[in-house]
Design a protein. Sequence first.
Length: 312
Amino acid sequence: MFEQKLDFYSPVNLKSYNLSQSMRYQLDLLERMEPFTRKHSENVANLCCRICEYLKCSKSFTIHCTLCGYIHDVGKIYIPPEILNKPTRLTDEEYEIMKKHTTIGYDICMKDINLRPYALAALDHHEALDGSGYPNGITKKDIPYEAQIVRVADEYDAIVTKRQYKTHVNISETLKELVKNAKPVAKFVALDQLAEKKKDGKINGIILKKLFKVVIDDTLYEISGISNYVEYLQAQIKRLNTIKNYEQKAMNSNKEKTKNYYTEGMKLLLARGETFENYKQILSEYQTALDFRLDRIDKLYKEIKIIKKLGI
């Protein structure tokens, strides 16, 4: 049996932009990164590109923002591997070192004229609209739009990777976490304890809404891939059920000629590796596989309904 392997991020993404030739210098930086960071950077670039398309950004800005996605973690080249790749929670001291990848990335970009356009994305992609981010604690008015887009894409991919998603089932739980970051939180004034709401959350809600559309696209892409396999399974089940029917007719017949007729028909319908002895087991396995995938499709459509109802 063959089933198409799911690429969690739909491959329908960068086709509109010729990044491989005109921007090769910038992308070559990825080769200096360790594999995990490189893959993350590719995913963030993918998401940035597609978010920009839903934001109806200009082609030039979309290319710029896509490359910001590729370059945003370039500073991690100089973060010690034992911290960068630590599987458990970082200590406070280690986290302070990790946070320096933003200023290191900025310095790398500013020292190279080819990378200078992406310097602020490297510096500001962990800044928050409400001023609670790092390294400088700046607010929305001072955070470049491309850095705001990169932050949304970066946070989404970080959660997806951490949870090791292999399907978009339950992906709405990740988006709900991002919704929390997009909403303002109450700030209590020390003197009178009055609740005063901030105007902004940590991430841009408009950009997050466009990410929802990207995730829905990828979920539909997954459904399409599963549906193709469902059609294959249904065809195999139909064929094997025909063999089962022929076998029953052969057993019920008293005429040798009729028995031979159905036996020969069974032989013609058997696929490679299938025999009279094992085809019923294979039929059962196909049916189990079909039931599993039909259930997966149902869950994915439910995810889409949940995502469409998410409010910011």
